[in-house]
Design a protein around this ligand. Structure first.
Ligand code: HEM
Length: 342
């Protein structure tokens, strides 16, 4: 249902990315003071995703700039907390019933209340579709709104709310994590920053630190996987109906038989002649491939190029190597502490 809302014209709204860039740049010190870019990237992507999805940004970067103290009733902080609680609950499994988290319940409510307002707008748009569309046609500059696209397809308020939440969840932390992991590695490798090719730098960041590092499928019928069985892993594997097959994209992306003996290193130059197929799956593949892939790569590429234009020096301010923080996505445990200079 949401796939038609992701055609190229609709996701390439560079003006949104540029407007937010001004706020992002204003928050980066230029005197060599350490800044945590990961923190700022998470603000950037929630602002852009809420603008794209709802037509209304939650303005977390602007709030930072004006020094507003964020409390538990703020959408961006509540969304972060509620998401971490989902990851924690998944790990606790059946034990989660013994750890009631009232703050998470409150945060869920804050998120739902904000999204409800947009659901109401969507339903109003649907009810007055002809008039609203005529008004839109008159103003050619009007941006495409994901919310309106959704309202044309369904009038079920719960479905609209769930789809909005789902895309916000799928699209926000992922892109922020990609940018954070990539800048962590770029800051450790200044020679790459200097001759940056934004596209290959992000492809390599998604190989070494795939932000969706594992995945699974549930067999709805008996089936056979062509390889993976037997002592050498080359025999077929029978998968009975009802089983769950989990796989690790993280491990696959570091296999030396695919990527060579330096598979564990961040080396974007390898993409000069690398043309991977199913051994490279940051966005998955097949019918459920990520619908936001173009959006994510456009946004990450845009932010990278703008920062590269603005700053010639990017220095790591983290003494250690990259360490993982696995919640719903994979980002850097110690943030992306760097210093930037013109
Ligand atoms: C670096 C950024 C991103 C990565 C690595 C990523 C990765 C993925 C992966 C691996 C899946 C497949 C999940 C599965 O197998 O079931 C997926 C699905 C999805 N992604 Fe992304 N994603 C990113 C950004 C985005 C963005 C920006 C959006 C939206 C604006 C988005 C929306 C979605 C949606 C709606 C699905 C579900 C598609 C379906 O089930 O048909 N993603 N993503």
């Amino acid at each position: 249902m949401i796939r038609p809302n992701f055609v190229k014209d609709q996701v390439a709204h560079l003006d949104i990315f540029e407007e937010l860039m001004a706020d992002l740049l204003a928050l980066i010190p230029t005197d060599g003071t350490t800044v945590d870019l990961q923190d700022l990237f998470f603000c950037y992507t929630i602002d852009s995703a809420t603008e794209f999805l709802f037509g209304h940004s939650v303005q977390s970067l602007k709030k930072r700039l004006s020094g507003v103290k964020l409390d538990d009733n703020d959408f961006a902080s509540s969304f972060n907390y509620a998401q971490d609680a989902i990851a924690k609950n998944t790990r606790l499994g059946p034990l989660r019933h013994f750890f009631r988290d009232t703050k998470a319940e409150h945060c869920n409510q804050v998120c739902h209340e904000l999204v409800e307002q947009f659901v109401e707008k969507a339903l109003k748009y649907r009810a007055n579709y002809d008039e609203e569309k005529a008004a839109t046609d008159d103003d050619k500059k009007q941006r495409y709104l994901f919310l309106q696209g959704l309202a044309q397809q369904t009038g079920d308020p719960k479905r609209i709310r769930d789809e909005l939440m789902n895309v916000l969840l799928a699209g926000r932390d992922t892109t922020a994590s990609l940018l954070s992991n990539m800048f962590f590695m770029l800051a450790k490798n200044p020679h790459i920053w200097n001759k940056l090719r934004e596209e290959v730098a992000s492809l390599e960041a998604l190989r070494l630190h795939p932000v969706v590092p594992s995945n699974a499928r549930f067999a709805i019928n008996d089936t056979v996987l062509p390889v993976g069985g037997g002592p050498d892993g080359n025999a077929p594997v029978f998968v009975p109906k009802g089983s769950i097959v989990a796989y690790s994209v993280y491990s696959m992306h570091r296999r030396e038989d695919f990527y060579g003996p330096d598979a564990n290193e961040y080396r974007p130059e390898r993409w000069a002649d690398l043309r991977p197929s199913w051994e490279y799956l940051p966005f998955n593949g097949g019918p459920r491939i990520c619908v936001g892939q173009q959006y994510a790569l456009t946004e990450a590429g845009y932010v990278t190029v703008r920062l590269a234009q603005q700053f010639s020096v990017l220095e790591s301010r983290d003494p250690g190597p990259w360490e993982e923080n696995l919640t719903l996505t994979l980002c850097s445990r110690n943030g992306t502490k760097v210093a930037l200079r013109h």
